[in-house]
Design a protein around this ligand. Sequence first.
Ligand SMILES: [Zn+2]
Length: 449
Amino acid sequence: MAGLRIPDTPIAVDYWNIKQLPANCLFFLTHAHSDHLNGLSSSWSCPIYCTPTTAKLVELRRHVRSSLLVELEYDQSTIVYADGHGGRVPITVTAIDAHHCPGSAMFLFEGYFGTVLHTGDFRLHPLLLHHDLLSGRKAIDVVYIDNTYCHPSCVFPSREAAGDKVVKLVQSAMTDHEVFIGVPLFGKEDLLVMVAQKCRVWLSVSPNRMEILQVLQSPNVFTIDRDTTRVHVVLVNEITPQRVDKWIDQYGKVFVVMPTSRHCGVGSLPFNSHPNITIIPYSDHCSFSELKSFVTSVHPRSVRPNVSRCHGNMDYFSELLDHTPSEEYTIPLPIKTMLTCSESATSVPGRLRKRHSSLPTQRKRKSQGVEFDDQPHPSDAAVDSGNQLHPSSLYSHSDELYFQISRNHLSKIDGLGSASHDAWIMALNYFTNQPHPQINTNDWLQLLY
Ligand SMILES: [Zn+2]
């Protein structure tokens, strides 16, 4: 979904499928959202370059050994060495604040291949438009850009405007409603703190979320005691019409807000006829116009998508590029040998696909000249689930693995009872390629987050 190896280099960004990579790859992690961690676990054994905050989070969330986590401070260039066959090749890397979630980074790589920027997920911030390393410098050859919302239909307000709206809604509802805020387990802490401070209210959170908040040293506005407040933070995928109806039975007046832009450009909002649920387009990714502003400012020679299954049309940027040719480069022999060896070693066909043998044939992804993490997208193939799930009923987003059963399907199944449980398990298997036949509903939530 969100990982790739940069061509002609041993640089892997958010890509952990070690069997598909050359030996001695250099691994970089842009941030600690789940969809960028697929494949990382306690058994990981290679160094990972990331920011100090991301290092703490990945240690907590994936139990990666701390000795493997190499911290890169923002805006400090570091030389790392690729150990090729018979020699070491220097590569300079600089982490730049991506303003996406705590610890998130872009990586600027400089070496024999020229200059390459991988943005990871990011939201445009004025500092990015005036960053010394990104604009007014020698042209960047390639930008791998966060293409999550790279489509003209993806229009949404600034985080400040959307956040103010969330605050106002919570403020007016909390006087006589039980309030639920649906967000991913990690990444929207700034918004939550703002809500707590402006509404002068404690926010109840799960013990899991509290662990993350403590790692982030968030302000003391959260509690795990649900009874001390009427404003509760819940996982976004806990919110279903059935669940909300149960809350109404339990509490009486209920107000639910989902600060997310994931439905922008999709054409319709889920739950829009449920009177108790409000969606506010609060985004940690760039809108389409912000992407264009960023590319205009950086003025690179080329732009490629870094999220394989999102809007991949880069023609939108063609008029904004530097059309002078890149300098030709020669791949140093140690690296060339390393890459050649790995290609012959990993050319066994069907290695990954075999594990999907129970699924229908998947649509072949168009090559972008980039080696993406080869996770299937739900819309690429039907999920054989009898009458419980249909591909159109699954929706995923790059911030987290997120499943949404359409209201149409929810009407046919019983909340999160046994029937839908089977459907969720199929969805989970589909995304992770791992069989989890024994897990229960709570367990799969843990696996997803
Ligand atoms: Zn993210």
